[in-house]
Design a protein around this ligand. Structure first.
Ligand code: ACO
Length: 316
């Protein structure tokens, strides 16, 4: 299979910022607890005058502009999200209309919680191998503040909103992203009930169980991706882990001796934005001019499902 590489990144976060002190006004918590247990200081929330669609469009337009690819060159569009404004039409179909993407391409949403961007990259690689067009749009976007239980202090402090994504290119002879993806179906530890359920609309989580799951699965994904690509830790330019908890990221960095400048974190500012979290880190690195041509980033996502995924992305 021919591989994909990232040609350009884009992002958009809502302007409304919620601090730990703000949350201490609504639940029994404090800045010290949240900072030491999670690494989060602020998160951005979509306000009453904005929708997920608005920020998704801005992120997608940014990615297209930065990549120099035009809408008519796009061969598929995937939005990884579990919080679309409307189930139907999908967030991706609304992007197709707004951006003027071709009519004869697949545009759809993908639901894999915090692993969504990894599942979407792998799916895009498969789709572009079968498409006459060689560019794809992959966005991760979430409106988690809409599905947060504001009386549960163990989860409401974690989540933020945002959108970010990549224009990817597929070429003959390029190495695959070597995605390692998996699921372990579990309907208890991490849930967001849908419209068919009485308790629809709010996330619940057994934090300790998810933490244990995460510290097992992150090394598994790193090992799998290194073994599939043949790269060593030293040959990777950036490690981008799902931003769920700074302690999970720090444990992985310590285990693999990853220096701080290669282990990227933006959780302090954005919190856990689920499917948007990994592309938000990549887009920030891109904006800072750090993602040079041939640069390699090892990505690891994990979360609801339970799902996990790792992949190695390179930059055009
Ligand atoms: N402020 C103050 N105290 C709190 C808060 C809070 N916001 N939340 C919980 N506590 C209390 C608890 O009540 C408990 O008190 P007790 O000992 O008197 O019972 C104490 O702090 C310890 O609670 P724990 O749940 O053990 O805290 P922990 O250190 O495990 O941190 C956390 C909780 C941050 C949720 C952590 O478990 C975690 O990060 N888990 C992983 C989350 C994750 O990776 N999610 C990814 C997927 S998310 C997705 O897919 C959408």
């Amino acid at each position: 299979m021919n591989g994909i590489r990232i040609k350009g990144m884009g992002m958009c976060v809502p302007s409304h910022i919620v601090t730990n002190d703000d949350l201490a006004q609504i639940v029994d918590t404090n800045d010290e607890w949240i900072t030491t247990r999670t690494g989060i200081k602020t998160r951005h929330h979509i306000g009453a005058d904005e929708t997920l669609h608005d920020i998704t469009v801005k992120a997608a337009k940014d990615a297209l502009k930065n990549s120099g690819v035009t809408a008519d060159q796009i061969g598929a569009c995937i939005v990884a999200t579990m919080t679309p404004d409307t189930i139907m039409p999908s967030a991706a179909c609304r992007l197709q209309e707004e951006l003027g993407l071709p009519n004869d391409i697949p545009c759809f949403d993908l639901s894999a919680a915090c692993t969504g961007f990894l599942f979407a990259l792998h799916t895009m690689e498969c789709l572009l191998n079968a498409s006459p067009r060689k560019y794809g749009l992959v966005i991760g976007a979430e409106h988690l503040s809409r599905v947060t239980n504001w009386s549960d202090r163990s989860t409401c402090i974690l989540f933020g909103d945002g959108a970010a994504g990549a224009v990817v290119e597929c070429r003959e002879g390029w190495r695959s992203i070597c995605a390692d993806l998996g699921c372990y179906g579990d309907n208890q530890v991490l849930k967001l009930p849908g419209i068919g359920m009485k308790e629809a609309g709010q996330i619940s989580m057994d934090g300790q169980q998810v933490f244990k799951f995460a510290v097992q699965v992150v090394p598994h994904c790193i090992d799998q991706v290194l073994s599939r690509t043949g790269y060593t830790v030293d040959e990777i330019d950036f490690f981008v882990f799902h931003q769920a908890n700074a302690r999970i990221i720090d444990l992985a960095a310590k285990k693999y001796n990853i220096p701080p400048e290669k282990c990227c974190k933006n959780i302090a500012e954005y919190g856990n934005t689920s499917a948007a979290s990994i592309p938000l880190v990549l887009a920030q690195l891109y904006e800072e001019g750090k993602l040079k041509s041939k640069c390699r980033a090892l990505l690891v996502g994990f979360g609801g499902g339970l799902t996990w995924g790792g992949a190695l992305v390179e930059f055009v």
